[in-house]
Design a protein around this ligand. Sequence first.
Ligand code: SF4
Length: 282
Amino acid sequence: MEVMTAKYSGYCFGVKRALKITEELLKKKGNKKTKIFTLGSVIHNSGVSCSLADKGLISVRDLKKIEPGSIFIIRSHGMSPNLIKEIKEKNIKIIDTTCPFVKKAQARAAELSSNGYFVIIIGNKKHPEVMGIKDYILNGNYAVIENKAEAERLPEKEKIGIVVQTTQILDRLILISGKSLKRTKELIVYNTICDTTRNRQNSTEELAKKVGVMVIVGGKNSANTRNLASISKKINKRTYHIESHREIRPEWFKKVKKVGISGGASTPAEDIIDVKKAIEKL
Ligand code: SF4
């Protein structure tokens, strides 16, 4: 079997940057008593999260658990400005690793809102990036839309502005923008899907056309990895989304000559290499 890896896969620029800043902080901290917190995991990858926890990073689900005098890391997904204000008021030092692409989406949402547009955010309602973006919009004048059906239920608005979660699929943006146009006379669409996501999606799509089986590696809780799996599955029904090489089943590869591998923006290169080696050994 020939095993090929997508041209663009694995850690993106934003994740690399957030991890580098976090690792450096943890190293500097050493045995010092200062505690370093995050809200949720720094990246959607359980192996990396465990390793950061071993080095002293404390991940909490509730802001009340962050102690005054400690350091708080804003993840690459960004965060609600209201929550940032709340943390600052508690004498906590903030280190912001928000990806510049996410900052751009936040700024576009704020700009549309202050210009009186009803803002549509295309994305997953519970994703931290989307939850952060929505708090840049004034007076709750927004809707988070995940699919075509929700777009069809939108009420009419004088003017609508659209931003999109950085890891979404372009086809979904096009589809929902079209539906939104039927609800207004004035529509502005900002395509805030990041370049990294676009490259990973395009190279996954290309590879899925050339191989018998596609294996997508990355966290099941990672939105961009799930999107890669869905793009690949549309082209190649024999697509499997796994988190580790231990999930590989030999029966997936029966009578297959070429296998493609791609990984999400939060997938370490070593995980992709391990999957490649495991398939080559079959
Ligand atoms: S996927 Fe894109 S927006 Fe998200 S962290 Fe990576 S580079 Fe930034």
